[in-house]
Design a protein around this ligand. Structure first.
Ligand code: PBG
Length: 327
């Protein structure tokens, strides 16, 4: 290997064309999954205060217009979160056929058939206590929750979802959902497991958007400790064994080493979730004129891809797709 002065790495950085030829990582709208918050009611388009540019939308013409725009921008998929009209101890609106998410799936499949529809499968937006689990005699019950998660996934699949994405970090959730899908004849619906989800402070704004903060306690007994990476590989191994079709690491930016570790250890498609708090930080700094939003967003999304993610769940998807189209 020759060294300086024969070798000069700046030669291939000299022009935009040379830089494009030697670029190692690509970023495109079809890698993006855009999160949508679907609320009960009609004609609702309510901005989330801590997430400028993100809206709670009703499952009617409002949502139709939104998904038409998302599809037109070349974004690959949407992931749906629901804000039901009522909450209870059984999370019954999570698997009701006329609830906002179920209605939204049917509407999107008509209005934008090319979009892949992913659904978040968790109970926290639907329980009156805001926890991801069914609570029995004051105790969070993992195994009772599995049955409910199977019903939620089956109900999303019946409405037309392509992919269900369990996010509750329950032990055995992928196995229970695969069984529920297969016994209801939905063998072709895929499971994207939030296999590696940390107990993160960066979910703060999401809990405003989804109106789903826990009424007491926290989620540390089921979400992962931010300090652990070997445990992340065990989570993935278990979910792969239970039948996961794709894996997710969440959040993205403080966990890029985890994205890389999962990428290197498993051949499955891998998603990373650029979460609400990561979005809010960039938006707040940009609103103050402290950061160049476009440059920062494209850099951080490229970083997530370089770490090894195939797909990126991001609230920046629409803006980034527009910037990439013009670049
Ligand atoms: C749970 C869920 C959460 C997020 C996605 N799915 C919140 C939580 O675990 O408290 C967070 C996403 C984000 O912060 O953008 N259904």
């Amino acid at each position: 290997m020759s060294a300086f002065p024969a070798t000069r790495l700046r030669r291939l950085r000299r022009t935009p064309a040379l830089r494009a030829l030697t670029r190692e990582t690509t970023l495109a709208a079809d890698h993006f999954i855009y999160p949508l918050f679907v609320t009960a009611g009609s004609d609702v388009r309510r901005e989330v205060p801590s997430m400028p540019g993100v809206f709670q939308l009703s499952a009617d013409g409002v949502l139709e217009r939104e998904v038409a725009e998302v599809a037109q921008l070349g974004i690959g998929a949407v992931i749906l979160f629901g804000l039901p009209a009522t909450k209870d101890g059984r999370a019954s609106q999570a698997f009701a056929d006329d609830a906002p998410v179920q209605r939204a799936i049917r509407l999107i499949k008509k209005a934008a058939p090319a979009l892949a529809v992913v659904t978040d499968v968790c109970l926290c937006e639907y329980t009156d206590h805001g926890h991801c689990e069914i609570i029995r005699k004051g105790v969070a019950d993992n195994d009772a929750t599995l049955e409910a998660l199977g019903m939620v996934a089956a109900s999303h699949a019946a409405a037309g979802a392509d992919i269900v994405a369990p996010s509750g970090m329950m032990d055995g959730m992928v196995r229970a959902i695969r069984a529920a899908l297969d016994t209801t004849g939905r063998t072709d619906v895929a499971i994207l497991s939030y296999a590696v989800k940390y107990a993160s402070a960066f979910y703060g704004p999401f809990r405003d958007a989804a109106e789903s903060p826990p009424a007491f306690g926290d989620r540390k007994s089921h979400q992962m400790d931010p300090a652990n990476v070997r445990e992340a590989l065990r989570e993935c191994e278990l979910d792969v064994g239970e039948g996961a079709d794709a894996l997710m690491v969440k959040p993205a930016l403080p966990y890029l080493d985890v994205v890389r570790a999962v990428r290197d250890a498993f051949p499955l498609p891998l998603a990373a979730y650029n979460v609400s708090g990561e979005y809010a930080m960039v938006k707040a700094a940009a609103a103050n004129g402290w950061l160049d939003e476009r440059a920062c967003v494209l850099e951080l999304l490229t970083g997530i891809r370089r770490a090894g993610a195939d797909m990126i769940l991001t609230y920046h998807a629409k803006d980034a797709a527009r910037w990439l189209a013009r670049a």
